[in-house]
Design a protein around this ligand. Sequence first.
Ligand SMILES: Cc1ncc(COP(=O)(O)O)c(C=O)c1O
Length: 357
Amino acid sequence: MASLLGKTHRVFLTVLLTALAATPLLAQDGSVAGTIEDEATGSPLGTVLVEVVNADGSVVVGFMQTNSRNAAKWVNGVQEFLCPDPSFGIHSFSIVIAGGEQLRVPLEPVSDLIDRLDEVVRFAWPRPKMLIASFPHNPTTVCVDLGFMSRLVDFCREYDLILLHDLAYAEICFDGYTPPSVLQVPGATDVAIEFTSLSKSHSMAGWRVGFAAGNREMIAALARVKSYVDYGTFQPIQIAAIVALDGPQDCVEENVRVYHARRDALCDGLGQAGPTPGWKIDKPLGTMFVWAPLPEPFRELGSLEFSKRLLEEAEVAVSPGIGFGPSGEGFVRFALVENTHRIRQAVRNIRRFLRNA
Ligand SMILES: Cc1ncc(COP(=O)(O)O)c(C=O)c1O
């Protein structure tokens, strides 16, 4: 594995490979292998397999489908689960579709999140079965450190909760920040399973390929359900994923540079004072989003109506925060999916709209 592979992905893959090395199922028929090497010594760490079943780690179809499958297996009838609010849609709805019920706990301020979770779990009956977390977080862009992850693992251990962590933005981070993998916490595999995806780091959105690693029982359950539901990822995509991970990783750095430039074009552009005060927005340390509080004169309007007005009067599409859950009200989410030229154009339109409103 090229040494440029981001630190979090490396930690994640190393754990995955350690787990795989401990299983006799490495040579499943029909699997495709690539190798990963220790960055420092260059010695082989092991083999990455696509479509490993019944092992501690497997390469899975993209996160969205995988999460739904976990739900199908783990949510047995009506089960309560915890998910901080607001949340990326599939984190809530995959379980709801499978018959579970979400206990919404406001995500922010994240420094007190575990206390709030504790209050909810202590009085909940039946006891929730799972906590779904994801940092760097979509839509709020909240980022955490390893100490936080460690407390989250302790909390899940105390209440016998499955911790499902979605690390989709493992590599998309800025300004020297490196997001922790939950698997860096000693003993995390007692309670946790973690997913990551090639969608953002390797621009493979829609190709549906990612990894899961963690608790042996959970991976086995996931593999069992998957073996009935999708039979596996289209082989050319498996091979493309291996080539992507095995080759030079400067494409990942380039993607990060692109998102970074887009982030700055948006936040700096909107923040500049002019005839009216600028729209001050914190720059995110991770993800491909910007989470913005509604400008003061529009707070009463609400995020949905504000988003409609931005669309109609500034020709800029944003996601209203309320669409991600009640705690998302008062915010909109910008997705950094346009080039910097188009972003500057959007900034000009938004500034004109704010001036004339
Ligand atoms: C937090 C999060 N998880 C997962 C995904 C999607 O991952 P995949 O493309 O592997 O299904 C996204 C994409 O928007 C995301 O924001």
